[in-house]
Design a binder for this molecule. Sequence first.
Ligand SMILES: C[S@@+](CC[C@H](N)C(=O)[O-])C[C@H]1O[C@@H](n2cnc3c(N)ncnc32)[C@H](O)[C@@H]1O
Length: 271
Amino acid sequence: MNPNKALWEKGDFTEIAGLMRKSGEELVKSLGVTPPLRVLDLGCGDGTTAIPLALLGAEVVGVDIARNLVDAGNKRAAEAGLSRVRFQEGDACDLQGIDDHSFDLTLSMFGAMFAPKPFDVAREMVRVTKPGGRIVMGNWIPNDPNSFVSQLLKISSAYTPPPPEGFISPMTWGVDTHIIERFGQAGVPKENISMVTDTFHFVSPDKSPADIVESFRRFYGPTMNAFEAAEKNGKVEELHNQLLEQANARNMSAGGGTSIPATFLRVTVSL
Ligand SMILES: C[S@@+](CC[C@H](N)C(=O)[O-])C[C@H]1O[C@@H](n2cnc3c(N)ncnc32)[C@H](O)[C@@H]1O
């Protein structure tokens, strides 16, 4: 089985995505969507951004490598009575069956960054986007002290066995030189690429920071793998405490519940 696919099908990202709905909606509003607009949401999960895009009138195709998330996305779309969005299985490294220049906007929030062949991903995103269109990516930044997720991924990887040789860290998508090099190879001059930091919030009105850590432990592939390895080494408590410390320290909700900010690099590529 493709290890990239296995990682994301192992957990249930819908449990994490439920904490990201408001930020997903805000991000979509900030894109200035005016129909008619065809959008590809790559690594779409269960539709954190794809569903709000369709609600604003865009025609959306959500592509994700995880079958369970594609099914969850189609279920959410049916429940919302939305026929303008469809979710399908696919790999950001090779968007087979998707024609050249099909989309006005290709969006990937924390999705395509996890695909193992970043140069292929950049090439495919450029290939399927129309000339005059744009690509928008949200990528976690390595070691970012202001991002709960960057810290969670850093801590998790410290407990996970080393990846196979040749593995390219997804976090490299949060570094400007890599981004410029990857889109450069896909034919995009660096003047057409802009990068700013932005923030997502992980929000729950009733879950505590400890509950949020538990959700990542049970449902988020990279953290699940870290806990599995920590169990073998007797380091579960240490790992849990490190994550809990991060979640508690970053929680901004004053009246119960949780609101944890996570900064990311927002990349816009104009074609
Ligand atoms: C952190 S989640 C983000 C999901 C969604 N964009 C959101 O913001 O809720 C990462 C997503 O990328 C998907 N993914 C990982 N590797 C992928 C690949 N090679 N091609 C397509 N999707 C991929 C995962 O299945 C997962 O749904």
